[in-house]
Design a protein around this ligand. Sequence first.
Ligand code: 5GP
Ligand code: ZN
Length: 120
Amino acid sequence: MTEPERDPHCLFCRIIAGELPALKILETASAIAIADINPQAPTHVLVIPRRHISGIAVVTPEDAATLAGIFDLANQVASARGLDQSGYRLVINQGPDAGQSVPHLHIHVLGGRPLQWPPG
Ligand code: 5GP
Ligand code: ZN
């Protein structure tokens, strides 16, 4: 937990603070779920911890509760969208080769159509 709780220059921190708009799907005390602005599937929701963490690569065992919180909220989103039977994919991109474009940890919840494997 070496990073600040909030980075004033971070896009997702600013959305969480209400400084920038987003379509909120669900929220908990520790995380929010918003619609992705550029959806890649009928359901494409981003689940974001309220605390600023720059990516999955920097998490430590101290972040266990935060990680449990975002996976729980991701499953809540999938259930709310009726995806629990049809299936869905949770994606975390880390670094340039994975195409991470926002350096604040987030899970992509993708579903509502058959998803190809392997991913691109
Ligand atoms: P990454 O590429 O870091 O894994 O995922 C970042 C995601 O954030 C992308 O899917 C992108 O479409 C989404 N995104 C970028 N800017 C915004 C924004 O201002 N609002 C919302 N709701 N999503 C955004
Ligand atoms: Zn942030």
